[in-house]
Design a protein around this ligand. Structure first.
Ligand code: EPZ
Length: 420
């Protein structure tokens, strides 16, 4: 188990190149199951979740190889339709293989993903959608057993705008007989990235980027090369890293449009932005103003930035609230932030942050990906030395985070430890 040692109180200044999107890659890579051939995904981040997805597809007979930031997948050898618990327990997004397996092979055995550190993660919408497409779904010994002679198009409405369910059903509908309409579809950029990749593979999809997707099923698809999105959540995390240290940063290789809500919120707090092409410059020369944030589906303020926002508001002069409407219990970062001297109260799905108290270094424990990011951000602003334990949580979704922070002026080092 590795830990990070951070000496806080240093202003971050400089430029950083943002890596490819974890969540877009985890949406796109399972599409290789829809067609035989060699796929190439450029701008793939070299992170633990990509290794997990690659091992899962490898266990199914595909061959995956990550050369730098290019992922090659040869799906010609796919001969197993099972996603075993050993992979799914490490990464919920393994569920994204379900739709492609049923659509292409007519069968799938995928472990139920279970919950995660910040609460239950149901998949009822995924399963109901597949049943509407004609699949028979059973649950046996913790596994989803799905079978379908041939999926047939259907009208599917999601009660909740779900990223994963939209991705799974979209990936299944492209090979179904007839037309499928999905209403209240998620419109996150990662969903649109998947839809564009499927169209490149020969799928017929209209309404991309809107909450109503219409898919006309085709007989077969073919392998393609694709360029992955930049990671908007990593970008937001680095913007907040600069702001929490009252620094100045240039993000390279981002899509500013995907960060509209985050930029607007940070401007409310006093951050100054300059957006030119694929770069974003941000500067903050005084403590941020205390500004409330409430998460919402895209294009709203992302739930994946809620923990980072709570950290930033610790340095504001005054109190404010962070409300998570997507995951009401996603506050595991709070008890650890209290160890750094924070004053935060959690009531229902809201954290009330009383900023302006000095933060001082301490040892803190990572729990989930974005909570761990929040701890790093607070440690950067705290006086003295902090230790962030179990950084494998961070390695799931942030490529070379300590090297990127170091090049911005942070004092951070990775240390191997026997601690569990
Ligand atoms: C994706 O998870 C992201 N993960 C999450 O990012 C992100 O937090 C989430 O979308 C919301 O934006 C990936 O893309 C790999 P949802 P997903 O289905 O698809 C409820 C990170 O840190 N729901 O959009 O699992 C659910 O409980 C990760 O990178 C059902 O009720 O999220 C939640 O309240 C964490 N039934 C809401 O919908 C279902 O069948 C949104 O979840 C599915 C979801």
């Amino acid at each position: 188990m590795d830990k990070f040692i951070i000496e806080g109180g240093r202003r971050l200044v400089g430029a950083v190149r943002i890596s490819g999107s974890k969540n877009a890659a985890l949406a796109i890579i399972p599409s290789v199951l829809l067609a035989p051939g060699v796929f190439r995904l450029r701008n793939t981040p070299n992170i633990r979740d990509i290794w997990t997805m690659s091992r899962l597809l490898g266990a199914m007979g595909a061959h995956c190889e990550l050369n730098g930031s290019e992922l090659f997948v040869d799906s010609n050898g796919v001969n197993s339709f099972e996603a075993p618990y050993e992979h799914v327990k490490k990464m919920r997004a393994s569920i994204n293989v379900l739709g492609p397996l049923v659509a292409r092979f007519g069968r799938a055995k995928v472990s139920l993903p279970g919950g995660c550190a910040f609460g239950p993660r149901p998949i009822d919408l995924h399963l109901k959608g597949l049943e509407k497409l004609g699949a028979e779904i059973g649950i046996e010994n913790g596994y989803i057993i799905a079978n379908a002679q041939r999926l047939r198009g259907a009208r599917i409405h999601f009660d909740i705008s779900s990223v994963g369910a939209t991705e799974n059903i979209l990936s299944a509908a492209v090979l179904a007989d007839g037309v499928t309409t999905i209403t209240n579809a998620a419109i996150e950029p990662e969903v649109s990235a998947l839809a564009k990749m499927l169209v490149k593979m020969g799928a017929k999809i209209s309404g991309i980027g809107t909450a109503t997707l219409e898919i006309e099923g085709v007989k077969e698809l073919h392998a393609v090369e694709e360029e992955n999105l930049p990671d908007r959540i990593e970008a937001a995390t680095f913007l907040i890293a600069a702001a929490i240290t009252q620094g100045k940063i240039v993000l390279e290789n981002v899509n500013p449009y995907h960060l509209t809500a985050v930029i607007a919120k940070m401007e409310e707090a006093g951050c100054e932005f300059d957006v030119t092409g694929p770069n974003i410059s941000m500067e903050l020369n005084q403590p941020p103003k205390p500004i409330d944030a409430t998460t919402a589906p895209y294009p709203g303020f992302p739930t994946d930035v809620q923990a980072q926002w709570v950290a930033l508001m610790l340095t504001a002069q005054g109190s404010c609230r962070a409300t998570d409407t997507i995951y009401p219990t996603r506050f595991h970062h709070v008890p650890e932030l209290l160890r750094l001297g924070a004053h935060i109260e959690v009531a229902d799905n809201t954290a009330i942050i009383h900023g302006g108290r000095p933060l001082s270094g301490a040892s803190v424990m990572s729990s989930d990906l974005r909570a761990s990011a929040s701890l790093i951000l607070a440690a950067l602003a705290a006086q003295g030395r902090s230790e962030i334990l179990r950084v494998y949580h961070l390695d799931r979704g942030y490529e070379n985070i300590e090297k990127k922070l170091e090049q911005l002026g942070a004092s951070i080092q990775r240390v191997k430890t026997e601690d569990f």
